[in-house]
Write a protein that binds this ligand. Structure first.
Ligand SMILES: Nc1ncnc2c1ncn2[C@@H]1O[C@H](COP(=O)(O)OP(=O)(O)O)[C@@H](O)[C@H]1O
Ligand SMILES: Cc1ncc(COP(=O)(O)O)c(N)n1
Length: 269
């Protein structure tokens, strides 16, 4: 059986985040990767040098081409940039009845460049949250989406509940932006909280962590795994990718997309 996943996201010329991170991650997890590019970014480990959204027609055609011939088993969205793209992508997801949809609320690149326009945040909330089988905010993104300050673990749980009330089926809040040596990612399914704790690795090479993590969840969902199993593999995937960093570029380098596969060779996920 060949499982297929589609990523609807921005291109990162530097290869560490966006479409490139998603496809590399799908591939490492043995899922056939497909893409609909929303915007092209000129980007490297030092920052974002240019953002070029694609015409709506080009985005729509890519989604149509994939949908009619290569129906995906799971879908991921990343950089959506503006209100028009958000509305289009939401409309097409509904049109094709895609259910296993992982929405990564990409807002700003590590260096501060906006990947979602501020005036598009309301549209994002309105159109994308109800379509999210899984939403994967980091802490600052969860703060923007819920209009609340998140400091304690209790705050994170309260924000997760709010996001669930806003239409998200499963909230996976990432703890990379928290404090301390221990890092906690949480999952809320509307009833229960689950936690994944790990050691915070001391590195500046975290470009693309969010994309890679959400792509790993998407790949596992494409294979029919439960959300819990999917987050479990994604957590191990990103931990290996951050731990065995590649040391390329002179800024915030990418994660190592092949580290997980190398460390778990011969096992089937
Ligand atoms: N320094 C780190 N050491 C280990 N895991 C990390 C580190 N930074 C991020 N992660 C993991 O990478 C994923 C993305 O984290 P986060 O930084 O919160 O999101 P984003 O990359 O979207 O800002 C999470 O699963 C988080 O636990
Ligand atoms: C095209 C594109 N999409 C997303 C990100 C966010 O990356 P991160 O995973 O580090 O939050 C990025 N830098 N570029």
């Amino acid at each position: 059986m060949v499982y297929k996943a589609l990523t609807i996201a921005g291109s990162d010329s530097g290869g560490g985040a966006g479409i490139q991170a998603d496809l590399k991650t799908f591939h490492q997890l043995h899922v056939f990767g497909m893409s609909a590019i929303t915007a092209v970014t000129a980007q490297n480990t030092l920052g974002v040098q240019g953002v070029y959204p694609l015409p709506l027609e080009a985005i729509e055609k890519q989604m149509d081409s994939v949908a009619v011939d290569l129906p995906p088993d799971a879908v991921k969205t990343g950089m959506l940039f503006n209100e028009e793209i958000i509305e289009l992508v939401a409309r097409k997801i509904k049109q094709y009845g895609w259910v296993r949809v992982v929405v990564d609320p990409v807002m700003i690149a590590k260096g501060g460049a906006p990947l979602l326009k501020e005036e598009a945040i309301e549209a994002f909330k309105r159109h994308m949250l109800p379509l999210a089988y899984v939403l994967t905010p980091n802490i600052p993104e969860a703060e923007v989406l819920t209009n609340m300050r998140i400091e304690t673990l209790e705050d994170r749980k309260e924000a997760a509940k709010k996001l669930h009330d806003m239409g998200v089926r499963h909230v996976v809040m990432k703890g990379g932006h928290g404090e301390g040596n221990e890092l906690v990612d949480i999952l809320y399914d509307g009833e229960q909280f689950y936690e994944w704790k790990s050691k915070r690795i001391d590195t500046k090479h975290t470009h693309g962590t969010g994309c890679t993590f959400a792509a790993a969840i998407t790949a596992q969902l494409a294979k029919g795994k439960t959300i819990y199993e999917a987050v479990d593999v994604a957590k191990r995937f990103i931990h290996a990718a951050v731990e065995q960093t590649l040391q390329i570029g002179s800024g915030h380098g990418p994660t190592n997309h092949w580290a997980f596969h190398e460390s778990e060779k011969c096992s089937h996920h």
